[in-house]
Each structure stands twice: as C-alpha cells, then as structure tokens.
Design a protein around this ligand. Structure first.
Ligand code: BDR
Ligand code: CA
Length: 307
C-alpha cells in the first residue's frame, strides 16, 4: 500500500531532505510539490523545488503558491538558517523545467477532488496555500485523507520566537484556519521534531552509501548544523520536515493527543499554538511523543538508499 502524497514546501534544507526522503520511500507515491514563502521567497522555493525534483529523478508537477501571508505583512525569509538561496552553501540552482500554470491552491483542490479520501497533503512550510485551498473549495478539507502539518508545538514552546514555531509564525491566520477547518489534521510539532536529530556522522554515513544525493544533502547540512551549533547547543540538526513525512505513512511511530489547537494571531505571542479542549475548534491529532530511534533509523536507512 502506498500513500498518495503532495508536499507543500519552502525549500529549505530540511525540506530538501524531506523531498529526497519521500522520493526514496517505497510506501509513498509523490504526486506533486506546491511551493510557498518562508525559508526563502516563493520564487526561490519554486526554483528549488523544481531543482530538487529533477535531481531526485522525479517527473512530477510543481505548482507555485502564495508569496505572502493572508493578513500580516511578510517576515524576512530565514536565510540565516537555510542559506542565501535556501540550500545551504549551494549556489542558485538552474532547473530545466518550469512550474505548471495552475496556482498551488487550485492544484491542491483539483488533486483532492481527483483522489478523494486518498490524498495526504503534508505541509512543511507556512500554511497559506492550504488555507487558500480550504477557502476555495468547501469540500477540500474533507476530500483530503489527512493534512499533516509540520508546525507548532503543544508543550515545547517556539523556535523562531520563545512562543512560536517558524511555519506557524510566518502565517498565523492561515494556521488558525487550517486547525479550525474540520479536516483530519495531524500536527507534527517541535515536541517531537526537536528529538529527531541527525549528527554530522549520520550525514557522512548517508553520503558514503549514496554519494550523489546523499553527498548533496551532506553538503547542504554543513550550513544547517552550523546554525544549530549557535542555537541548539548540540552537534547536529533537527529533522523537522522529514519527520512530518514519516508521520504521513508511519503514524504508529508517534504518540498523539486529541486536542483542539488555537493560534495566537496578534501580540507578543503571535504564532503560538495553544492546545485547548475541543469546542470552539475541532479536535485534531497533535504528536506529543515519538519512537525516536525508529524514526531516526528509518530516515537514515532510506536516505542511504538514495541513488
Ligand atoms: C520549520 O521551519 C523551517 O525552518 C523548516 O524548514 C521547518 O519547516 C521548523 O520550524
Ligand atoms: Ca520547511
């Protein structure tokens, strides 16, 4: 059984790892990529997504998404974390292909209709495109089998601010709309993604086994690990986005809490996700624990099998 998957992404180093992981996973049928601002601008994200897909040998549509948040003015891209072009030290890539004409939200709506009840959408960037798809089609939320969100936290606080995780911070109104939508939302937040880490030797092992694509990931990882040295106080990096992709297909590797999630949309705590009893907002599944070794080893072993 394979899972039909679309990844909504702002690549980004851990996004690149996530996309390569999805390309290598035998239990994933990757149907397309949609792009959004966040780590980089939407133009850079689209270019990077095209490059990553081509490099991984994927012939899949890439649809360009929103270039700014729903309500708040855009924040600067996270270049310090991901590098000037989003892929660590790599120069701006020059993919040969082009994004499809259809905007991301339209593509998502159409794919969810076509694969009704079977499509998993994994959002590993700000949730602007997903919110736009929900607004565009009242059936979108229910047509998706699940919307897996890398973002937020239950008890773990934030990473871009003390309160907020980066993806939610970049568009809190979109996040609030998605958590309120009644879709089968799965939140993979910092409570678990901070625990799934790759060390420099994990990247060397992957590069040794898979010199071409693993080598590329290792090259990108130097920049990401350097950033984590300054903030994380450990030798390695958190595998935020790849962990969310694992959760799409192996949910039994995680422990979930059934809870509603509200999002703070103004003030000092803007972008904070707040777990509260269902009522105003519907219940979703928020990850609060993970089988850390299992997720780590799965990522490691599959990335090592990249071409
Ligand atoms: C999230 O923010 C981005 O920097 C990463 O790509 C990930 O999606 C982690 O907070
Ligand atoms: Ca991301």
């Amino acid at each position: 059984m394979t899972t039909k998957l679309i990844i909504d992404t702002d690549p980004g180093i851990d996004d690149a790892i996530a996309i390569f992981y999805a390309a290598a996973a035998p239990d994933i049928d990757l149907l397309g990529l949609t792009t959004v601002f966040g780590n980089v601008t939407t133009d850079q994200a689209t270019r990077n997504a095209l490059y990553l897909a081509e490099t991984a040998g994927l012939t899949i549509p890439v649809a360009r998404g929103a270039h700014k948040p729903m309500v708040i003015p855009p924040h600067k891209p996270s270049l310090r974390v991901h590098g000037d072009e989003g892929l660590g030290p790599l120069p701006a890539p020059a993919p040969t292909g082009q994004a499809i004409d259809q905007p991301a939200a339209e593509f998502l709506v159409e794919m969810a209709q076509k694969h009704k009840g079977e499509l998993t959408v994994c959002a590993i960037g700000p949730l602007t495109n997903i919110a736009a798809a929900i607004q565009k089609d009242p059936y979108f939320a229910k047509n998706c089998a699940q919307i897996v969100v890398m973002g937020g936290s239950v008890d773990a606080g934030g990473n871009i601010t003390r309160h907020a995780e980066a993806n939610i911070y970049h568009d809190p109104h979109a996040a609030q709309l998605v958590f309120a939508s009644g879709a089968n939302v799965v939140m993979i937040g910092l409570d678990v993604t901070h625990k799934i880490r790759f060390s420099p030797s994990d990247f060397s092992n992957v590069a040794w086994e898979a010199p071409r694509l693993g080598g590329l990931l290792q090259e990108m990882s130097y920049h990401y690990i350097k950033f984590y040295e300054t903030v994380g106080k450990f030798d390695g990096c958190s595998m935020h986005d790849p962990t969310a992709i694992v959760a799409c297909v192996q949910p039994d590797a995680f422990a979930f809490r059934r809870t509603a999630i509200d999002v703070v949309t103004q003030g000092e705590a803007i972008g904070k996700t707040v777990a509260e009893p269902p009522g105003v907002y519907p219940a979703i599944n928020a990850a609060v624990g993970a089988d850390v070794d299992r997720v780590h080893d799965l990522l490691h072993d599959r990335l090592a099998r990249l071409p």
